[in-house]
Design a protein around this ligand. Structure first.
Ligand code: ZN
Length: 409
């Protein structure tokens, strides 16, 4: 694909496509069609179950004043009224203030903070997003993820940062959350394409194609999805010893649901996976290129040496990247995530500003070129040199990320 063809993909997929929605399905079919056109091979849609909810009513008031909000999906139904409490720190003294309150927190609703709030007697919650420095008053549609709640439901809403600041400035007051919704089970899907090699052992490429509720998801992550299509096109025409499997993951933004479903459904096969190459956010006009290796440190050095040899500016490090590489790494597959990370004042994600305007065709080509050069070496290797054993420091990081252990502060 040339620059124009790559940029056309962003134009073709300039719609919101949240996990489990009809638009996500439409995008999956688009990717499958692209696979056919670019490689002459059929991709399969692999469905998996996801929680769905339709909000019937969501209302948030403070001292009787209505605050624009969106109700949390999958947080059950109910009405609570209680004093509002802003929780900026999670030390025991601050947490003790949650008792009997509707609690407002900064940032994303994580598992540990949610459980801490409930353990300390919170009866409802408020999060806020957007940016007080932007002119818009958009509010993202959030969900109470099942691995955050562990089945402990209290009603919650998401509001805009500007309103959150005003509420805290006024010193809170009596808050009321009314939330009514219908919950059900729906379907999301992964798109899977195989380019068989000379051995059963294979490399798994991943990139998610879903978006969040306000976002066209161009940078995050049609960029990586387009990168995978370019890679599939390339290797459909080039010799490779290892089998190559391409997985466009659904519902990543809902908590890596597509890659978790893939890892569960293909657990046995993953024993034959020698490497995972994951693309999540590439091709931005501004920003630095990184490789995050969930595997042995030698791979970090290998990628850095290779980049130096090819004259490609980047940095590599060991770590757990918050993306579809993680469920695969957790099954013992060494993983590397590639991304071009833009400074936040030049490109943001998970909002209406994530459009093709953040990307450059030339940068897409350059990033895909480097990732392709690395992939080609692994795909044609006499023996993939990356150790299959997950190092202890990475196992520990996976335990933290996947909530099996709590990291000490
Ligand atoms: Zn992403």
């Amino acid at each position: 694909m040339d620059e124009k063809e790559i940029m056309q993909i962003f134009a073709d997929t300039a719609y919101v496509r949240t996990g489990g929605s009809g638009e996500e399905r439409r995008c999956a079919e688009y990717i499958a069609e692209k696979c056919r056109a670019l490689t002459g091979r059929e991709a399969a849609l692999e469905p998996f179950d996801v929680d769905m909810a339709v909000i019937r009513a969501a209302r948030f008031t403070v001292d009787g004043q209505e605050v624009p909000c969106k109700g949390y999906l999958c947080a059950g139904s109910g009405t609570v009224q209680a004093p509002l409490y802003y929780l900026p720190n999670t030390d025991p003294a601050s947490l003790a203030g949650c008792r009997g309150k509707i609690v407002m927190i900064d940032g994303y609703l994580g598992h540990w903070i949610y459980q801490d709030m409930l353990d300390n007697g919170a009866v409802g919650f408020v999060t806020y997003d957007g940016d007080a420095n932007y002119t818009d008053r958009d509010i993202d549609q959030r969900e109470l993820r099942s691995f955050v709640s562990n089945g402990r439901l209290v009603p919650g809403v998401n509001i805009n940062a500007k309103d959150a600041i005003e509420i805290v400035r006024r010193g809170g007051g009596t808050a009321c959350i009314q939330l009514e919704q219908d919950q059900s089970v729906g379907r999301s899907q992964n798109v899977v394409l195989d380019l068989p090699g000379q051995t059963e052992e294979h490399i798994v490429f991943t990139a998610h194609y879903d978006s969040t509720s306000l976002s066209l998801g161009a940078y995050d992550n049609m960029s990586g999805s387009a990168g995978l299509l370019a890679m599939a096109e390339r290797f459909s025409k080039e010799q490779h010893r290892y089998g190559l499997r391409f997985v466009w993951c659904g519902s990543e933004e809902r908590g890596l649901l597509g890659s978790k479903a893939y890892a569960a459904a293909h657990e046995k096969e993953l024993e034959k996976a020698v490497l995972n190459i994951n693309l999540d956010m590439i091709g931005s006009v501004m920003g630095k290129f990184i490789a995050c290796v969930t595997g042995e440190e030698k791979l970090v050095h290998y990628i850095e040496y290779m980049a130096g040899e090819l004259g490609f500016g980047m940095e590599a490090r060991q770590g757990v990247y918050s993306s579809d590489s993680t469920p695969l790494a957790d099954k013992g597959v060494p993983a590397v995530s590639f991304a071009r990370l833009a400074p936040h004042n030049t490109a943001t994600i998970h909002n209406s500003y994530d459009t093709a305007a953040l990307l450059a065709g030339s940068q897409m080509r350059a990033d895909i070129g480097f990732i392709g050069a690395f992939a080609a070496r692994m795909a044609t290797a006499a023996r993939c040199p990356v150790g299959r054993e997950m190092p202890e420091n990475m196992k520990e990081k996976l335990d933290y990320y996947l909530l099996r252990k709590r990291e000490k502060k």
